[in-house]
Design a protein around this ligand. Structure first.
Ligand code: 3HC
Ligand code: NAI
Length: 701
């Protein structure tokens, strides 16, 4: 037997047990072991076979690290055929998560039982793939075409009870002991003379599918998928399940799976899967670094960010005290929290009683004495260093020893804030993204004196509240916002050179950004950037620089909140509309500055906007602000909606080729000046070596 799979006979039940930590992925040893165990069981005294797993979960899918490498026999289809063709019923015993290839193993079994806490799902789409071992053919046969399409194109797991209702599992076991529960269930099946139920034998009634169903599904998915190609192919597979016999459907699925597994989109998405997990690891800090217990949290400032952050903790059952300047501000903050929860309830995503429970966990105060006992404070007041220092000095006075004092500042110096206390080792940045209860990224900022266990706690509590965490060092804007500087600048420079706002945003949106930079500035408020620029002395004295952003603010066009900015907004639908007034103004301003306006294509727009961002990232890596290139990708995908199918800016740069990026930056430097375009030494070095950020990360990360 393979070392990852064991087989034993318990009474009349054969038990195949998979043990391949951490998640029982279907590595070659597991596939070979299952095949062998099922073969042995055909010739022994067993009357039914239970397939279960050791450790924390049922098989969580194919081994993702094997993709892109030469295939090793036996393949998964061989193991699944052995299961399906077994002369004795095979029962999948599910605990934890049966995902991807793991759930496909279960679907090849004749019966599926699960404990109540288990989940099943086909998340391949999140890796730019489709289920490649029969998932697209078997799920529509047992759950129906519409449910299969929703499940496979969303990739979201389904909890056991719902899976039972959908027909995905046959039995929800009582108790937590999956192995003994499954043995009992198997014995019952034997006693009742249960048949060998094979999903492949079910035929789908194609007449029940509305005409045009698949075409309209495709249209809807294209909108949602933003540059991801898997969705369309999933629809084709499910269409095949309806129209073709099982074996031909499986063949079609295999063919399309193979196309996807070699695609650049899937490579990028697999890169992000591992990058996300790597980002949680702190260089030099052992995995078992003790973390501080966080049982109660205080938030200082209940505005846009504070309210959202409070919700994140209440959502996982951690009580929060929200401190504001006065009762009126407090009431406003609490009102917004209630409004946000109400919207979630209205969308059917949260039961009303749970909303009340969560709101009940958030209390308000205007008195610092009320937060003396909390384990973690997150400050989210106005972006003003002096105010933040004042608040941290107060926190130092009232908070218990060992409490973690965090700031949500976007740009300010975490070390200066820490220095306002007598306990800089307890101070850390926890930079959430707006809306804080929705956005996945949490950029934790390690100050010069932040203690290791404080960093470890910030990362672990971030995971607990459902965030993807990345660690940054201290610098202006940390990883994400610092890189954004050149991106926003060039978006506006392109207007002076001949683009309309819709052209700039359109190029970036076609690339896959959720929103182009100018529309994004309109959303955030043009006055925010305007005010930030007022205080800066480091900007070149250049009339072109941010010219449109500045003029629009001075005209009272602050973006969406005033109904107009780079665009105008339909007052009813809030849809953005090109504004001829802005477009002629751009031309007039360019003429005043004697600038020649020209036609600019997508390639230049992408290069002008993304290459400054990539160049800044190279500086960030050299300075040790980010731990590794892949952390930067995580920041951009989860915090700035960079398309996951492009793998983040570092992965994208590697695909373009660092020499191409470097050469283009040099070309722009010669055209537009070194004050804007100065190649980072690391970028130059890697370009000259013919190397990539990924290779540099593997050596230095
Ligand atoms: N292959 C290889 N490694 C995997 C893996 C997989 N399918 N799933 C998880 N891992 C690794 C992770 O990289 C991580 O490694 P690390 O400790 O070195 O960082 C470790 O297992 C633990 O993973 P998590 O940190 O994610 O553990 P959690 O407990 O938070 O989550 C999980 C467990 C829900 C199973 C989550 O890991 C997960 O969602 N895994 C991926 C599931 C998936 O996408 N399956 C489909 C694969 S594609 C497929 O099956 C194709 C088929 O149709 C042919
Ligand atoms: P906001 O203006 O919406 O809220 C700030 C809140 O702080 C207000 O409700 C105000 O009454 C309160 N406040 C001010 N002084 C206070 C004091 N002394 N004690 C208690 N409460 C006080 O601001 P927003 O947008 O929530 O930003 C807060 C912080 O979060 C800033 O540092 C900002 O840079 C940062 N941030 C903002 C993001 C955004 O997109 N808005 C994103 C990430 C970080």
């Amino acid at each position: 037997m393979s070392e990852a799979v064991s087989y034993e006979l318990v009474g009349n039940i054969g038990i195949v047990s998979v043990n391949n930590p951490p998640v029982n992925a279907l590595a070659q040893v597991v596939r070979a072991g299952i095949l062998e165990a099922i073969t042995i069981a055909q010739n022994d005294a067993s009357e039914a076979i239970v397939l279960c797993c050791e450790g924390r979960t049922f098989i969580a899918g194919a081994d993702i690290t094997e993709f892109g490498k030469p295939p090793k026999e036996p393949g998964l289809p061989a193991a699944l055929s052995a299961i399906e063709n077994s002369s004795k019923p095979v029962i999948a015993a599910i605990h934890g998560t049966a995902l991807g290839g793991g759930f496909e193993v279960a679907l090849a079994c004749h019966y599926r039982c699960a404990i109540a806490s288990a989940k099943v799902g086909l998340p391949e789409v999140k890796l730019g793939l489709l289920p490649g071992a029969g998932g697209t053919q078997r799920v529509p046969r047992i759950a129906g075409v519409k449910a299969a399409l929703d499940m496979i194109t969303s990739g979201n797991p389904v909890a056991a009870k719902k899976a039972l209702d959908m027909g995905l599992v046959d039995e929800v076991l009582s108790g937590d002991d999956v192995r003994s529960g499954a043995i009992q269930y198997a014995k019952g099946l034997v006693e009742s003379g249960a048949s060998l139920k094979r999903i492949r034998d079910i035929t789908i009634d194609s007449a029940a599918i509305e005409p045009g169903f698949f075409d309209s599904a495709r249209k809807q998915l294209v909108k949602r998928a933003r540059g991801q190609i898997a969705q369309d192919k999933i629809v084709s597979c499910i269409e095949a399940a309806v129209n073709l016999p099982m074996d031909e459907g499986l063949e079609r699925e295999r063919e399309l799976f193979k196309e996807l597994v070699t695609s650049s989109e899937s490579a990028a998405m697999r890169h992000i899967f591992f990058a996300e997990r790597l980002a949680a690891k702190i260089k030099g800090l052992p995995r078992d670094t003790p973390v501080r217990d966080i049982k109660k949290v205080a938030i200082i400032g209940g505005g846009t960010m504070g309210g959202g952050i409070a919700m994140c903790f209440a959502n996982v059952g951690i009580p929060v005290v929200m401190l504001e300047i006065n009762d009126e501000a407090l009431e406003r903050g609490m009102h917004i929290i209630r409004k946000n929860y109400t919207i979630t309830v209205q969308k059917g995503k949260l039961p009303a009683d749970q909303m009340e429970q969560r709101i009940g966990l958030i209390t308000g105060t205007t008195n610092y004495e009320d937060i003396g006992d909390v384990d973690l404070v997150i400050e989210a007041v106005f972006e003003n260093l002096e105010l933040k220092k004042e608040i941290f000095a107060k926190l130092d006075g009232v908070c218990k020893q060992g409490a973690i004092l965090a700031t949500n500042t976007s740009y300010q110096d975490v070390d200066a804030i820490a220095a306002a206390t007598s306990r800089p080792q307890d101070v850390v940045g926890m930079h959430f993204f707006s809306p804080a209860n929705v956005m996945k990224l949490l950029e934790n900022v390690r100050g010069e004196k932040t203690a290791d266990d404080v960093v470890a706690t910030a990362m672990s509590i971030g995971k607990k509240i459902g965030k993807v965490c990345a660690l940054s060092g201290v610098c202006y804007g940390f990883i994400g916002n610092r890189m954004l500087g050149g991106y926003g600048r060039e978006a506006q420079m392109l207007l002076m050179d001949g683009c309309t706002p819709a052209q700039v945003d359109g190029s970036l949106e076609r690339f896959g950004m959720a929103m182009g930079p100018l529309a994004m500035s309109d959303l955030a408020g043009l006055d925010v950037g305007y005010k930030a620029r007022q205080g800066r002395t480091d900007l070149p004295d250049d009339p072109k620089l941010y010219r449109m952003g500045t003029l629009l603010v001075e005209m009272g066009r602050h973006g969406q909140k005033t109904g107009s900015g780079f665009y105008k907004y339909d007052p009813e639908t809030r849809r953005r509309l090109s504004d001829p007034e802005v477009e002629s103004m751009i031309k007039e301003e360019a003429a005043k500055l004697d600038l020649e306006q020209r036609d600019i294509g997508d390639d230049e727009i992408l290069a002008r906007c993304f290459y400054p961002l990539i160049n800044e990232a190279a500086l960030i890596l050299e300075e040790g602000i980010a731990q590794r290139p892949s952390d930067i990708d995580v920041v951009y995908v989860f915090g700035y909606a960079f398309p996951v199918a492009k793998g983040g800016p570092m992965h994208y740069a590697d695909q373009v080729g660092l020499k191409n990026v470097y050469d283009k930056i040099c070309e722009f430097r010669d055209l537009y000046g070194e004050q804007y375009w100065k190649p980072a030494p690391l970028l130059k070095q890697l370009a000259e070596e013919g190397s990539t950020f990924a290779e540099w990360g593997a050596k230095n990360g």
